[in-house]
Design a binder for this molecule. Structure first.
Ligand SMILES: Nc1ncnc2c1ncn2[C@@H]1O[C@H](COP(=O)(O)OP(=O)(O)OP(=O)(O)O)[C@@H](O)[C@H]1O
Length: 361
């Protein structure tokens, strides 16, 4: 497996790009460590596939370099990069048995047959394909075929990286859940370098150690699922990660607190130490999971109207109106929700400040 470095990388599909808008990928510099599980996550058109294709060699970037373990592979075709790829739709040989399909990438590399057998059986066991090994692929369901595609991607242990392009999109939801868990286990066991494109945050957050959140050709944040949840680096990440996304309220900075209209919301000392410059639009952000709603006016709580309560089984989503602003709170199912009026508390250690969309401190 390899350490992957993206050095001054940028890509425009246009031959004469005139400005930022002509770039599908804006300039980026990253080092992704050997054996890491990375998810490229973002809305449609943000550049995930372009970045994956540059790493695999299907696209040559218009600027910058891709290095595998320090070796410049920018201009090498996919076959010369020693990678495995799994696509959205199954790529298998219908006329071959499941065993032979899984063995194909190994036999192609002239791996000894005893090792082929051991490795195929191991991968089949992990993907629960053992019972199917002797069957022809032709008669299998689309889901089983995609499992074989995953298996073919995972069967070689000597690849620099395994690249997945939304491989679970066409899979039944129940199996999808199972396969995500399996991929995570497989990664933990073999420490493979995995790069996984998805627009599904659940998929990215369950599977990846590091999530690369992209928007409009830029990496907005690269972090663990916990970092993205606790400290979104940008308001985009706050909205995009979480369900519902983070609440943002425009504010002023005054006397060591955020003022939302005329309501005072205290901030943590770590934020105050990085008081933002004047003249920059400010917002506070708080996750629905961290906003508290009570029936009584405890110290520092702000009066709000309860506009809606949605009971979603394990939890409730409460929509509250604070002056002109609507906020969402996510409460455990057993928590009481006040009637028409309640009191909102913003715990300072959970309340983030954003200046021009970027996290302060
Ligand atoms: N071959 C191409 N020629 C020209 N423009 C392209 C080409 N492929 C992608 N683009 C453009 O580049 C931008 C990024 O596309 P890309 O497919 O990388 O995004 P994505 O995040 O993978 O989207 P999706 O989730 O829809 O696949 C988009 O604006 C897209 O229209």
């Amino acid at each position: 497996m390899a350490r992957i470095e993206l050095r001054g990388l940028a890509h425009s599909y246009s031959t004469h790009p005139k400005g930022d808008a002509d770039y599908a990928l804006k300039r980026m510099d990253h080092v992704w460590h050997d054996g890491g599980a990375y998810a490229l996550l973002g809305p449609s058109g943000c550049g995930k596939t372009t970045l994956l294709n540059i790493i695999s060699g299907l696209v040559i970037p218009s600027e910058g370099q891709v290095l595998f373990d320090g070796l410049d592979v920018t201009r090498l075709p996919p076959q010369q990069r020693n990678i495995a790829q799994v696509f959205q739709f199954p790529v298998i040989y219908d006329t071959m048995s499941v065993f032979d399909n899984l063995a194909f990438p190994l036999r192609n590399r002239r791996v000894a047959e005893t090792e082929v057998r051991a490795r195929v059986e191991e991968v089949a066991d992990m993907l629960e394909l053992t019972g199917e090994l002797g069957r022809r692929a032709r008669g299998l369901t689309a889901d089983a075929k995609q499992k074989i595609s995953l298996g073919r991607g995972l069967v070689r242990s000597d690849v620099a990286a395994i690249l997945f392009d939304e491989p679970l999109t066409v899979i039944d939801p129940q199996l999808k859940w199972l396969l995500r868990r399996k991929l995570k286990q497989i990664h933990e066991r073999f420490q493979l370098s995995l790069i996984y494109v998805t627009h599904d945050q659940n998929e990215a957050l369950t599977f990846a150690q590091q999530v690369v959140v992209m928007s409009e050709g830029s990496v907005m944040q690269l972090g663990t699922p916990q970092e993205l949840f606790e400290r979104p680096a940008h308001t985009f990440v706050g909205y995009f990660i979480g369900s519902p996304g983070m609440n943002f309220l425009p504010c002023r900075y005054e006397g060591g607190a955020a003022m939302v209209d005329n309501q005072r919301i205290p901030l943590a000392k770590s934020v105050l130490d990085h008081a933002p410059h004047r003249g920059v639009p400010l917002e506070i952000g708080i996750r629905p999971e961290h906003l508290r709603i009570g029936a009584n006016p405890v110290n520092g709580a702000l009066p709000a109207e309860i506009a809606m309560v949605e009971d979603l089984g394990n939890f409730k989503i409460v929509t509250a109106r604070l002056g002109r602003h609507m906020l969402k709170a996510k409460l455990p199912e057993d928590d009481a929700v006040p009637g028409d009026h309640g009191w909102l508390t913003f715990p300072p250690d959970r309340t983030r400040l954003y200046a021009d969309g970027r996290l302060v401190a």
